[in-house]
Design a binder for this molecule. Structure first.
Ligand code: HNI
Length: 147
């Protein structure tokens, strides 16, 4: 069971309360697909991913990035029960989508970088520590139903 300090809770809530979902969601997923091109294989039905420009202007990718961020809202609202919140989503990624769970961490890292770039100096060490901890719990929960 993960313990959260009041400061960590407040940092995580603050990040999501001020989040521009359209901007950050699409940038994070695009970055993941560009930096780690093997992650493109799961998005074969999403149209043109031919190069970085095509990925960045692909509306289906942008929309999916937003969907993923809204998926994270559920963890923010249930920080004490992230494992249970993601049990179905973990089964979906494992059994139906066959997404290699290593990729969750890659996407989490891309999201951290995009948020850090957006927040600038406000993304201080305490903020990074809380956010990395939050994402580590999410990544672990999403990987739990794999066997
Ligand atoms: Ni992911 C669908 C959340 C990481 C590939 N994903 C979803 C959905 C949510 C979601 C929510 C929609 C489910 C539904 O329709 O019921 N995904 C998340 C979250 C993370 C994540 C919170 C990590 C932080 N997904 C990843 C990664 C990949 C990925 C790393 C591949 C590299 N996800 C997919 C694919 C779909 C998907 C593919 C189905 C897309 C579609 O619409 O066909």
């Amino acid at each position: 069971m993960v313990e959260w300090t009041e400061q960590e809770r407040s940092i995580i809530n603050g990040i999501f309360a001020n989040l521009d979902y359209e901007d950050i969601g699409s940038k994070a997923l695009c970055r993941c697909l560009i930096v780690y091109p093997w992650t493109q294989r799961y998005f074969g039905a999403f149209g043109n991913l031919y190069n970085a420009e095509a990925i960045k202007t692909n509306p289906m990718i942008a929309a999916h990035g937003v969907k993923i961020l809204h998926g994270l809202d559920r963890a923010v609202k249930n920080m004490d029960d992230i494992k249970a919140v993601y049990s179905e989503l973990s089964v979906l990624h494992s059994e139906k989508l066959h997404v290699d769970p290593d990729n969750f961490r890659l996407l989490a890292d891309c999201l951290t970088i995009v948020i850090a770039a957006k927040m600038g100096p406000a993304f201080n060490a305490d903020t990074q520590a809380a956010f990395q901890k939050f994402l580590a719990v999410v990544v672990s929960a999403l990987g739990r139903q794999y066997h």
